[in-house]
Structures are given as structure tokens and as C-alpha cells.
Design a binder for this molecule. Structure first.
Ligand SMILES: *[C@@H]1O[C@H](CO)[C@@H](O)[C@H](O)[C@H]1NC(C)=O
Ligand SMILES: *[C@@H]1O[C@H](CO)[C@@H](O)[C@H](O)[C@H]1NC(C)=O
Ligand SMILES: *[C@@H]1O[C@H](CO)[C@@H](O)[C@H](O)[C@H]1NC(C)=O
Ligand SMILES: *[C@@H]1O[C@H](CO)[C@@H](O)[C@H](O)[C@H]1NC(C)=O
Ligand SMILES: *[C@@H]1O[C@H](CO)[C@@H](O)[C@H](O)[C@H]1NC(C)=O
Ligand SMILES: *[C@@H]1O[C@H](CO)[C@@H](O)[C@H](O)[C@H]1NC(C)=O
Ligand SMILES: *[C@@H]1O[C@H](CO)[C@@H](O)[C@H](O)[C@H]1NC(C)=O
Ligand SMILES: *[C@@H]1O[C@H](CO)[C@@H](O)[C@H](O)[C@H]1NC(C)=O
Length: 648
């Protein structure tokens, strides 16, 4: 032995695996991140946005709006991509890119987009669907009509074949939001674009149903032919109408900044919307407007109305602008405004039996100036009478669909609603509905019986006959309280028939069919045979393991003195809890360490105890090898303390 080796033999070496590879990957990522900063910023701004250009061939960043549009790919699997006829190509600013491709649904009664916003359920979302026929099918149709559903409830009927969009502020009780196009027999449904925007804790929230925007008016604003007011002016990407005219009004505007930050206006109106306003023509003291519903409903509709103001004129000292609001005959006010400070009045909720919303804004008698109005919004309250299918059932049927890779055109959207159920399913009329029957007979199912079936706790009839199912019959079927028909015939099931199922079948509570499973053991004896075998095997395995372990410990104890005390802690994780769960010490010989560290080639750190080397295990993992220097007694304590801390 040369002196170096002798010296080293006095050194206690501990190897601690620190998941170095993860650290390296992180630093690589960091570099990439700097490069992608710009992209990330944009993504952050758009978080809460889902923007789909239906029928598009690839994702793109829209130059006009700064919104990244995605193809349908991740949102729907049915339908066909089309483009509008060249002579109908739209070039409208802010929409042009999205308008000219679309997706049509010649097959199936109901086709659904699946939207999964990051913010999940019990949140408010602004959802908008765009339609433009553009003679894409060269049939020059004008009479197409189809229904649009949000979740399981009717949203609207699409009738306008010109460029148009429908909006809804939807309070979702589910994590997944379906937007379904329903063929009602008046032509093939299609869609050009679909947007979803998370609306946070907004005042646009009805406790009972959703809100359908009827008028979002930016008064005194831009020339409507110049484009639209939407994202990025509007954080929610609402589209403000610029073409709403009040009787006998004139526009005015300011270049000054409206303090929307300081005002914590929950409606989050764009500055550009508030900078412009209308006031009555010279000599008049009143602004008025009326909105008439186009389609009568079979219930008395309710509306929400918001008025938005900001004083854009610097009023001479001693003068005042004061006004009242009259809405469908009810008076509110008087109100005054502060210079450049936003003020939202409302929302006022009103029943509208005559299908009309009318308001006027009038100067009070002591007002020196006429009234103004910067913007207003009218929403129709939209009841959502139907609840989606019980979430437990939905999760179960989705898991079953996934487990057996069931690929049926109509297995999309909610399983029970609207209008039809998925083929093979029956649901009850409860609100929320439950799945009461599942028939997957002759559906080429293979593999084991999916345990998710047990989560369909309302099921009465389950038919899995004539498939290729293998494995055993689940005993837990006996625990489904309502199950009266269980057909598993014509499969390749093995093992014994569970006792409890047999009992239920014998007592006529369950109609059980197991015919045609050739390897299924129908005798009472097979259960017992099966059980005794594994018990023996386990007992044998355990005793052998204990013997082996004792041997290893003895050998180890003898070898310990005079050998390097080398230990590897395989720390697979960074939290203390995980460490204590997963750490295990493994001794290494000095020669092995030489090989692991490639003869202590790369120093990656130095602590109070000595040097730290980079090592590579045979399985490719990177490790840090800490060598404790004999000269450092202080370091030894530190080293041990650190090690204990890391392992405990
Ligand atoms: C139609 O407009 C899209 C962009 O919206 C453009 O890419 C396409 O080339 C246009 N097609 C024709 C025939 O003008
Ligand atoms: C399409 O229909 C419109 C009226 O509905 C008609 O004026 C036009 O000529 C038709 N175009 C073609 C190509 O048939
Ligand atoms: C919710 O809307 C439904 C249908 O319009 C109505 O029958 C019910 O009374 C409403 N409930 C509340 C609390 O407003
Ligand atoms: C608006 O003006 C038109 C004609 O100028 C009139 O018929 C209508 O009643 C007015 N509307 C309101 C709400 O005053
Ligand atoms: C428009 O506003 C300016 C001040 O911002 C004011 O001087 C002017 O009188 C207003 N125009 C009308 C028509 O009232
Ligand atoms: C759905 O069904 C499960 C299981 O029966 C039940 O616990 C749960 O309350 C139901 N959920 C709703 C919303 O009714
Ligand atoms: C399941 O469907 C098949 C045919 O699709 C039918 O023969 C069978 O009777 C159905 N099972 C039940 C339990 O209704
Ligand atoms: C069954 O439902 C429970 C509770 O809803 C859930 O935790 C479990 O993951 C489900 N099991 C399967 C197999 O879907």
C-alpha cells in the first residue's frame, strides 16, 4: 500500500445522491426561460383565455389582437375542416384571421367542444362562439338553423348566416365546460371560432343561471367601421359595440387618463370605453334608449342593466352636472360625477314582461349641465334549469371510456344530457341525472373488468356480454345496491364466481349471466384451493428472505472492520418526508468509488468536512460524492450532523 492509499483508507466516505440531474436540468431550463421570457409574458397575460380558431390548420399568434389561437385538435375529435369560398373571404380587422376557416359536423346529432379552463369549476366564464357560413359548401344556403348548448342547457339558436357571434357569461358548476352544436334538422351545424375567458370575481354573476349580453355599448366611441373594441383594451376581451345610438345625442371625448386602477371598478372597463361619452344635442336635457327583445321566450325574461360614467369635462367652479336615471318606469338618483373617475351605477335587475328595456337619463332641475353617459350594458338572465350528470357517474364513465378505448361518435359531452344519452347508456330523470344502465355488449372490450364500473352506484343493469374480457369476476358487484341485471356471458373470465354474487343470484335479487366463459370455475371448491396456495408461497418466501437477511447482516458485521465505511443514500426527493421514506444506505468499496467518480476527477464543491466530487452510477444517475477529510474533526461532526439531517 502506498501512503496515499493508507491515508485514504482512514477517510470515511459517504455518498449522498442528491438528484443532481434535476439540478442540472433546472439550470438548463433557466437559460431557456430567459429566451422565452417574451412568450411567457404573453401566455401569462392570456392565462384564463382559451381561443380556438375552428377549422384552422395550425396554431398562430394573431397580430391584430395579440391572442394566440389554437386549432380544434385538443378540443373536439369529430367534424371536418372547411374554408369559406374565396369570394366571401372576410378581411375585417380583429376577426379576419379567425373568420375564414370553420368546422362542420355532418355526422351525429350533437357535437361538443370540451373546454377545461385552468380555474376549474364554480367560476364565471365569458364564452363566445363565432359563425360565418361564407358559402363554404358551395350550396349557397341561407336557411341553416341549429342549436347551441352550454353544458347541458340550451344557450341559443344560431340563425344568422352572416358574420355573427353569440355570447354568454356562464357560471360553471363543473371543471369541464362543453359547448355543443345540435343538429335540429335544418342543415349541417358549423362553427368558426370559440373563445372562453375567465372572469374572476366579477359583478357579472347571476345567482340563478347565466347572463347573456344583449348590448355592450361604448358610447361616443370610435367609428364602428374602423374595427372593434376588445382585447387588449379590454382585459376580459369583451367586444364593445360602437354602433349604438341614443336619441338626439352628440359625442364628446377626452385625451386625459381615466384612473381605472385607483377606482377598483369591479367591471374593469377599458379606459378607451370610458374616455368617450354622449350627451344630449344642444338645448336638450335628456338621453334615452330602448332595447326590444327579438325573440319572445315562454317565460318572463329578467334583465340586468349597468350604467357606466366618468366625467370627461373639467366643470367650472360653482357649476354642477346632476342627473337621475329612469329605467322601465323606476327612478334612481340623483347622481353626480367626479372628474376622470369611473362610476358604475347598477346592476339593476328588472322583469320585462313587455320584452323591452327602456331608460332615460335626465338632468335635475338644479343641474347646470346636461347628463352624459359613457357606456352601458344590458344582460338577459338565462336560466340553466338542468344540472349536469352526477359528477361521480361522469368520472366513472369517462374512466371506463378511457380504459376500454371506446371510440363512439356520440360519446362526447355530458353522458346523459342534453336531448340524448350516449349510446348504450340509460339515465334517470333526476336532477342531476344518474346513469342507471350501461350496455357494452359486443363492443370488443378486452382486459380486466374495469373497477370504475363499481363507481356507477345507481346502476341497475350492466351488460358486458360478448367481449374479450379476462381476469376474475369482481366480488364488489354484489355491493352495487340497485344492480339487478349483470350479464358477463361470452367473455374469457377466469377464477371462481364470488360467493356473494352467487348468493344474490340464488335469492333472485340479481339476474346473473356467466355462460360461455370456458375457464370460469363454477364449483364451490375452487375458492378454497386458490386460497391455500398463495398462503404457502408467501410463508416460504418470507422465511427464505429472513434467512438471507440474517446471513447478509452477519457477513457484513465481520467485514466491517478494516474496510471502508462507504454508504450511499439514495435520496429520491427533496422534502424531509420523502427522504425518510425513500432513503436507503448502501455500502461501496473504495474501488467502486474510484470508478463512480472517475478517479475523483471533477470537484463540484467543498464543505467544512472536505471535497465533493461528481459521480456517475452504473444506472446513469448522477451523484455527489462527499469525501470526509481526516484533518477536519469539526468537519466530521458537521458531516455526520448533515447526513443525519438529510436522512431523517
Ligand atoms: C382568405 O383570408 C385568409 C386570412 O384571413 C388568407 O390566409 C387567405 O389567403 C385568403 N384567401 C383568399 C382566397 O383570399
Ligand atoms: C346565392 O343566393 C343569392 C340569393 O339568396 C343569389 O342572389 C345568388 O345569385 C346565389 N349565388 C349562386 C352562385 O347561386
Ligand atoms: C331561478 O330561475 C328559475 C327559472 O327561471 C325560477 O323558477 C326560480 O324561481 C329562480 N330562483 C331564484 C332563487 O331566483
Ligand atoms: C327616439 O326617437 C324616435 C324618433 O326620433 C322616437 O320614435 C322614439 O320614441 C325615441 N325613443 C325614445 C326612447 O325616446
Ligand atoms: C366636450 O368636452 C370639452 C372638454 O373636454 C368641452 O370643452 C366641450 O364643451 C364639450 N363639447 C360639448 C359639445 O359639450
Ligand atoms: C352523486 O352520487 C354520489 C354517489 O351516490 C353521491 O354521494 C353524491 O352526493 C351525488 N352528487 C350529487 C351532486 O347529487
Ligand atoms: C344490450 O344490447 C344488445 C344489442 O345491442 C341487446 O341484444 C341486449 O339485450 C342489451 N342488453 C340489455 C341488458 O338490455
Ligand atoms: C371511484 O370514486 C371514488 C370517489 O369518488 C374515487 O376516489 C375513485 O378514484 C373512483 N375509482 C375509480 C376506479 O374510478
Amino acid at each position: 500500500m502506498d501512503s496515499g492509499q493508507i491515508l485514504l483508507s482512514y477517510i470515511k466516505v459517504w455518498v449522498i445522491l442528491l438528484l443532481l440531474s434535476a439540478t442540472f436540468q433546472n439550470s438548463k431550463l433557466a437559460a431557456k426561460n430567459t429566451a422565452q421570457d417574451k412568450k411567457r409574458k404573453l401566455a401569462a397575460e392570456n392565462s384564463g383565455f382559451i381561443s380556438i380558431d375552428c377549422g384552422a390548420e395550425e396554431d398562430y399568434l394573431d397580430g391584430d389582437t395579440g391572442i394566440t389561437y389554437k386549432t380544434d385538435k385538443d378540443f373536439i375529435s369529430t367534424g371536418k375542416n372547411k374554408v369559406v369560398a374565396p369570394e366571401h373571404n372576410l378581411t375585417t380587422l380583429y376577426y379576419g384571421n379567425m373568420a375564414n376557416s370553420l368546422r362542420t359536423f355532418p355526422e351525429g346529432k350533437r357535437n361538443c367542444y370540451t373546454l377545461k379552463p385552468r380555474q376549474g369549476k364554480n367560476q364565471n366564464y365569458y364564452v363566445r362562439a363565432f359563425f360565418y357560413y361564407g358559402n363554404y359548401d358551395s350550396k349557397n344556403q341561407t336557411q341553416i338553423k341549429f342549436d347551441l348548448y352550454i353544458g347541458v342547457n340550451h344557450w341559443t339558436t344560431v340563425v344568422d348566416m352572416q358574420w355573427t357571434y353569440y355570447e354568454i357569461i356562464h357560471y360553471s358548476v363543473t371543471d369541464t365546460i362543453y359547448v355543443c352544436l345540435v343538429n335540429t334538422g335544418f342543415g349541417v351545424p358549423f362553427i368558426n371560432g370559440l373563445d372562453l375567458r375567465f372572469m374572476n370575481d366579477s359583478p357579472y354573476r347571476s345567482m340563478n343561471g347565466s347572463l347573456i349580453p344583449k348590448v355592450l355599448a361604448d358610447l361616443g366611441g370610435l367609428d364602428p367601421t374602423l374595427g372593434a373594441m376588445r382585447y387588449k383594451d379590454d382585459v376580459y376581451d369583451r367586444i364593445w359595440r360602437l354602433d349604438v345610438n341614443l336619441n338626439d345625442s352628440v359625442s364628446n371625448s377626452t385625451e386625459a387618463n381615466i384612473d381605472i386602477q385607483g377606482s377598483d371598478d369591479p367591471c374593469r372597463l377599458p379606459v378607451e370605453v370610458l374616455r368617450t361619452a354622449v350627451q344630449p344635442r344642444n338645448g336638450h336635457n335628456s338621453l334615452s334608449y330602448s332595447y326590444t327583445l327579438r325573440h319572445r321566450e315562454n317565460f318572463t325574461p329578467e334583465f340586468l342593466v349597468f350604467f357606466h360614467f366618468a366625467e370627461i369635462e373639467q366643470i367650472a367652479p360653482g357649476e354642477r352636472r346632476e342627473f337621475t336615471i329612469t329605467l322601465n318606469g323606476l327612478n334612481y338618483g340623483p347622481f353626480t360625477l367626479e372628474y376622470l373617475k369611473p362610476l358604475t351605477i347598477g346592476p339593476y335587475k328588472l322583469q320585462v314582461p313587455e320584452d323591452q328595456v327602456r331608460f332615460s337619463i335626465d338632468a335635475t332641475l338644479r343641474s347646470d349641465l346636461p347628463p352624459i353617459l359613457n357606456a352601458f350594458e344590458i344582460f338577459k338572465l338565462w336560466p340553466l334549469p338542468d344540472s349536469p350528470t352526477n359528477q361521480t357517474d361522469v368520472d366513472a364513465i369517462m374512466a371506463i371510456k378511457e380504459a376500454y378505448k371506446i371510440d363512439r361518435v356520440d360519446w362526447q359531452g355530458d353522458p346523459c344530457l342534453p336531448l340524448t344519452t350516449w349510446t348504450g347508456l340509460l339515465c334517470n330523470d333526476d336532477n342531476p341525472p344518474r346513469i342507471i344502465s350501461l350496455n357494452l355488449s359486443s363492443s370488443q372490450l378486452s382486459g380486466n373488468i374495469a373497477v370504475s364500473l363499481l363507481n356507477l352506484t345507481a346502476i341497475k343493469s350492466l351488460d358486458l356480454s360478448n367481449n374479450e374480457l379476462t381476469g376474475t369476476v369482481l366480488e364488489a358487484f354484489a355491493q352495487l345496491p340497485h344492480l339487478t341485471i349483470l350479464d358477463l356471458s361470452g367473455n374469457k373470465l377466469t377464477g371462481a364466481i364470488p360467493h356473494s354474487l352467487k348468493e344474490k343470484s340464488n335469492s333472485r335479487q340479481l339476474q346473473l349471466s356467466l355462460d360461455g366463459n370456458l375457464d370460469l370455475c363454477k364449483m364451490d371448491t375452487c375458492e378454497k384451493k386458490k386460497r391455500s396456495f398463495p398462503v404457502l408461497v408467501i410463508a416460504f418466501v418470507i422465511s427464505v428472505s429472513v434467512l438471507l437477511l440474517l446471513n447478509i447482516i452477519t457477513i457484513f458485521w465481520r467485514l466491517k472492520i478494516g474496510r471502508l465505511n462507504v454508504s450511499l443514500s439514495s435520496l429520491v426527493g427533496l422534502s424531509r418526508k420523502e427522504l425518510s421514506l425513500k432513503s436507503k444506505n448502501q455500502p461501496f468499496t473504495y474501488t467502486e468509488l474510484v470508478s463512480i467518480t472517475n478517479n475523483f476527477q471533477t470537484i463540484i464543491g467543498e464543505g467544512g468536512f472536505g471535497k465533493v466530487y461528481l459521480g456517475n452510477l452504473k444506472d446513469g444517475r448522477q451523484v455527489a460524492v462527499k469525501l470526509l477529510s481526516q484533518s477536519s474533526r469539526q468537519g466530521y461532526k458537521e458531516f455526520l450532523a448533515e447526513k443525519i439531517a438529510q436522512i431523517c
